[in-house]
Design a protein around this ligand. Structure first.
Ligand code: DGL
Length: 356
């Protein structure tokens, strides 16, 4: 009788210890929300070897089933925010995503991982870099091969993104992209190759670091304003000012400026030649757009690296233009859209381009 009571006590104790260890382990693991938007990472190909596939074909739960190991390092919660090829990314998804990220980071989320197509990942990353109001890690991840491909890069990228998201040293780094074992800053992100798994680079500053052996190793951090140090807030916005990009090249005319004026755009970013230079026709049309229609103009460059600097061949002050400095045309468009929610003054816009 006594023996049976003792066995019951021991069994009860063992059960209690197991429950406590599971609970403490769960408590010890951080909570990471995975927000899915589509892209190749959620793509499905006809076979494991052919190139063709449909982006955004599988759900976030199907996507995560390919990388069960993330449950060993984090408490995972998942939401489907959209399921599109990122060539169709748009202002409404951006606003929905930024607001949801801020809500979750104000609740039980210790970090956010966003799965996203690679075509416009650099634009979404920079938009979030300027609108997330938390220093908790927010990491975008994509893939260059569909989930059904041999050596699909998505599962490894997702694991690395979650491992980076739960690392204490990832706090305060701004929005990042984790792909191909690299940690890349949203402040200088560019897709540099149409097909390669190593496509994403930080062409001016170099990567923030690497992911090695399931841990992030940081080798630089951003000097640009971002997240909690950003003055931009989309909480009460339901739309964003329309800004278009106009390319310059030999013999470029005023054609697209005239169209932009007719469309009542609020801002124009130019992807100029060299240090943001423009044909005379184009420059004259832009000067009129500023002076006669109050359109904000920011000069950027089609060149991959180096700044679009002030005080060179173009007198920005005389024309009422701003120079983009280290922001390429795509980040410049994002920054000008947000700048125009606060000001139309070109000198104030210039300050913003020097700080973000
Ligand atoms: N449809 C493209 C996109 O969603 C494919 C590129 C990719 O995700 O790798 O961005």
């Amino acid at each position: 009788m006594i023996m049976r009571t003792n066995i019951k006590r021991v069994f009860g104790l063992l059960m209690m210890m197991m429950v406590i260890s599971i609970a403490s382990n769960a408590q010890a693991k951080k909570t990471v929300y995975i927000l899915a938007t589509g892209g190749t990472i959620a793509g499905q190909g006809a076979t494991e070897v052919t190139a063709g596939y449909k982006a955004g074909a599988i759900t976030v739960d199907e996507l995560l089933s390919a990388v069960p190991e993330i449950k060993d390092i984090a408490n995972i919660k998942a939401e489907q925010v959209a399921n599109i090829g990122s060539q169709d990314m748009n202002d409404q998804v951006w606003l929905k995503l930024s607001k949801r990220v801020n809500e979750l980071l104000n609740q039980d989320a210790d970090a956010i991982v966003i799965t996203h197509g690679t075509d416009t990942q650099e634009e979404t990353a920079y938009f979030l870099n300027l609108t997330v109001k938390s220093d908790k890690p927010v990491i975008l991840v994509g893939s260059m091969r569909p989930s059904t491909a041999i050596s699909a890069d998505g599962p490894r990228n997702i694991y690395n993104a979650v491992a980076t998201a739960v690392a204490p040293e990832s706090v305060g780094k701004g929005v990042t992209v984790v792909m191909d074992d690299k940690i890349l800053g949203a402040d200088d992100l560019a897709k540099t190759n149409t097909l390669s798994v190593g496509t994403f680079q930080n062409p001016n500053y170099g990567p923030l670091g690497i992911v090695y052996n399931g841990k992030p190793i940081y080798t630089r951090q951003s000097l640009k304003r971002h997240t909690i140090n950003s003055e931009f807030d989309v909480t009460n916005l339901s739309e964003l000012p329309r800004v278009e990009i106009i390319l310059s090249y030999s013999n470029a005319t005023s054609l697209f400026v005239d169209a932009a004026v007719k469309a009542h755009v609020k801002g124009i970013v130019t992807a100029g030649v060299g240090n943001g230079n423009l044909t005379t026709d184009l420059q004259n049309a832009l000067e009129k757009a500023v002076k006669n229609h109050g359109i904000a103009v920011v000069r950027s460059s089609r060149i991959m690296t180096g700044p679009t600097a002030q005080w060179d061949e173009i007198n920005d002050d005389q024309l009422g233009f701003s120079a983009s400095w280290f922001n390429n045309p795509y980040r410049s468009r994002v920054l000008l859209m947000l700048a125009l929610t606060k000001t139309k003054d070109y000198k104030e816009i210039q300050r913003m381009f020097s700080e973000y």
